[in-house]
Write a protein that binds this ligand. Structure first.
Ligand code: FA5
Length: 344
């Protein structure tokens, strides 16, 4: 085989090598210890010194060309193989975007938005915002609110008890009214506060009820507070939050911790007062209870009822959201269907 043949064949084999392993073989058979070029070098010994020098130079130049061809091809194949390895080891972090379309930013749940809006309305009316614990003792949820043990009104709140201490002494609060007691115990006078938070009841979920829901409590304790202040506050709130075209009414009611007491209702926004499944055909939806603070509550926390008077209210935050946005069934708020929640 002539050197031209060797060069042509080797260059073709180098170009045809599809991986670095194949290239290694081509390089070994052409340039390696037992390769053809090495053999040709060895054969130089049989030549005359003059011929040997010329042929040696030719062989050396051929080796340099072939080594350069191998190196160039190796660089190409290395790059291809590195890309393949990277592609194989790539961590696909874009799955959500590819599966569900472009990634959308979330937003606060409607109930949280509503709670903040209600807080804003009341802060605009001069109230401060306070919070209390969700796990309470019997004293805060019932007794200090004028419901001694075995008082029949306790049945108005179907309560979850915690297995802590004596049976039925620690519970998940059934309403936000216990926070009134915390504020009064802290000695604040006068009080103009709203207290939003989560409440728990063994209520069967339906169009207007959830077992875990939210209330915003209101408490005003000052000198010379009257029922007129309560009615005016509720009317101002209704206009600010629902708009002037929504009708509201107070109906006489009973709560152990207020006297007199009332229920606060607005026209059902689902049927505009016609009567529907959401309002059980009455045309009205109850948003909360309210009344003048009962002197027995003042007694329980050491407030002098001869000096101070006050009113309190407790509205359902979920119900406010329901009426404001015309949600026929409250359960939709907790079913976590983003198509529903994404609307708000
Ligand atoms: C109370 O909880 C009293 N603590 C309210 C109160 C406060 C009266 C201060 C007087 C003075 P009631 O159980 O009616 O009252 O609940 C008040 C409101 O909470 C209801 O009108 C309703 O809007 C909401 N609510 C009650 N139970 C649920 C429930 N299971 N799911 C959703 N909202 C509820």
């Amino acid at each position: 085989m002539t050197l031209e043949d060797l060069e042509r064949r080797t260059v073709a084999a180098v170009a045809a090598a599809t991986g670095t392993a194949a290239l290694d073989e081509v390089e070994a058979s052409a340039l390696g210890k037992r390769g053809e070029l090495t053999r040709a070098h060895r054969d130089l010994g049989q030549l005359e010194p003059e011929e040997r020098r010329t042929a040696g130079k030719v062989l050396h130049e051929l080796r340099l060309r072939l080594e350069a061809a191998v190196a160039a091809r190796r660089a190409e194949l290395d790059a291809v193989e590195r890309r393949a390895t990277l592609a194989a080891e790539r961590l696909d972090l874009t799955e959500v975007g590819e599966v569900a379309g472009p990634i959308r930013a979330g937003h606060l749940h409607l109930v949280t938005q509503t709670q903040r809006e209600l807080e804003d309305v009341f802060v605009g009316m001069g109230f401060t915002v306070a919070e209390g614990p969700e796990a309470e003792t019997d004293w805060y949820n019932f007794e200090a609110l004028n419901m001694p043990p075995a008082h029949p009104a306790r049945g108005m709140w179907d309560t979850f008890y915690l297995e802590l201490g004596e049976p039925e002494t620690v519970l998940l609060r059934a309403h936000t009214s216990p926070v009134q007691i915390h504020l009064l115990e802290q000695g604040q006078r006068p009080v103009h506060a709203v207290m939003p938070g989560r409440c728990y009841r063994r209520d069967t979920p339906d169009a207007r009820h959830l077992a875990v829901f939210h209330q915003i409590e209101g408490l005003v304790v000052d000198r010379g507070i009257t029922f007129g202040d309560l009615a005016g506050t509720i009317e101002t709130f209704t206009n600010a939050y629902f708009g002037a075209d929504i009708h509201s009414r107070l109906r006489p009611a009973y709560f152990p911790f207020t006297e007199p007491s009332a229920e606060f209702e607005i026209t059902c926004t689902i049927c505009r007062g016609e009567g529907c499944r959401t309002c059980s055909g009455t045309g009205w939806i109850e948003l909360g209870g309210c009344g003048m603070v009962d002197p027995a509550v003042f007694d329980a926390v050491g407030v002098d009822a001869a000096v101070w008077s006050g009113f309190a209210f407790g509205f359902g935050i979920d119900r406010c959201a329901q009426m404001r946005h015309g949600i026929a069934d409250l359960r939709a708020l907790v079913e976590n269907d983003v198509r529903f929640l994404g609307q708000f």
